[in-house]
Design a binder for this molecule. Sequence first.
Ligand SMILES: [Zn+2]
Length: 431
Amino acid sequence: MGTLVELIRTLRETCACLPEKRRGDNTRYAMVDFGMAAFSNFFMQCPSFLAHQRLLERGAGHGRSNCETLLEMTGIPCDNQIRTMLDPVEPAHFFPVFDAAFREMEKCGGLDTFRQLGGYIPIALDGTEYFCSNKISCRNCSTRERSGGKTEYFHSFLSATIVAPRHNRVMSLPPEFISPQDGNEKQDCESRAARRWLAAHGPRYANLDPIYLGDDLFSRQTICEAVQAVGGHFLFVCKPSSHPTIEEYLTGIELPELTKRVKHGRQRFTHTYRWLCDVPLRDGADAMTVNWLVIEIRNATGEVTYRNSFITDLPVDRDTVVELAACGRARWKIENESFNTLKTKGYNLEHNFGHGKQHLSAVLATLNLLAFAFHTVAELTYDLWLQAINKTGARGRFFERLRSITVFLVFPSWQNLLTILAFAHPPSQPP
Ligand SMILES: [Zn+2]
């Protein structure tokens, strides 16, 4: 239980130190309440959580609400005030809280289930768009031209997520926003954001022995070198069409091969692995050498159902190739378990809670990711949280119950609320 309360307190302390630019008569609430209020909607997975708590405070709660008891807020500002006060805040102010969540998970042994290949931690890097409009924009929007001369405004970020084959939990690390950079004429892009992320955060995660995973866009010498410069390893998708030099090396030679027969339910598959070490990544004398591997999956009729090739700086041989391919394939989890969950499973990442003129859109996306990270830590380290999820049968239903129960009642603590969700029996339905 300590973990969740500790994390909420850490976020609270961070919000209390946010720089404030007061406008008009916004003096009734402290910065901490604006930050925690925005976070609470995401953490409780309920866009109208604050509205319900205001009503509760005035009615059945007798002046108290769950904002006070569960999130340690001193008051509930209105939505417009929250937007105004958070707009000038840079999202990076919240990044240390991701590290706090990560350290809590590490301390409680939650990181062990992610370790691969004898101890490495896979971190998937991938970009995602979370806002798009041809009407609403701010000074940090990226732009693209659409047919008919229309300008489209959008926001995206590069996400870094700890993933692993064989289980569906993922852990978000601080994002890097893809937005126009000062002093740079060119539009910002995923590749540049990845290099900024590595420079800013890579050294802090070097002690994990990270393997960075990424799609074909990442398998370029500049990013591979940026990974190695911060003490990491890489395992990136490598499409034949974008790596002609590697393709040339592969032509006409017999590659080492390993075949495994695999059963999925009643279906039988053949997994074939091939590899080649010390191939130049590109043309030219300064090209770095990498190790290349491919996995091919055939069904019982011999038809290829999956094929993907990767490059890595880790040794590839008969003992490691199977696990390397499994790790490389775990990259899709950032799309499935992370982006899909954030966009469709209650976090409403793409829903426009407010755009602002400066950073609001990025601040809200950051708080949303942070809520996701807190939930993962709670699931991995907090038994009562997991018991409450198991009692309801599924994560989605757990949040539904959390939402509905906090509309009517004020709970003195998380311990109290989760104990009721985990152990209370619902009243029997009248016939
Ligand atoms: Zn914008």
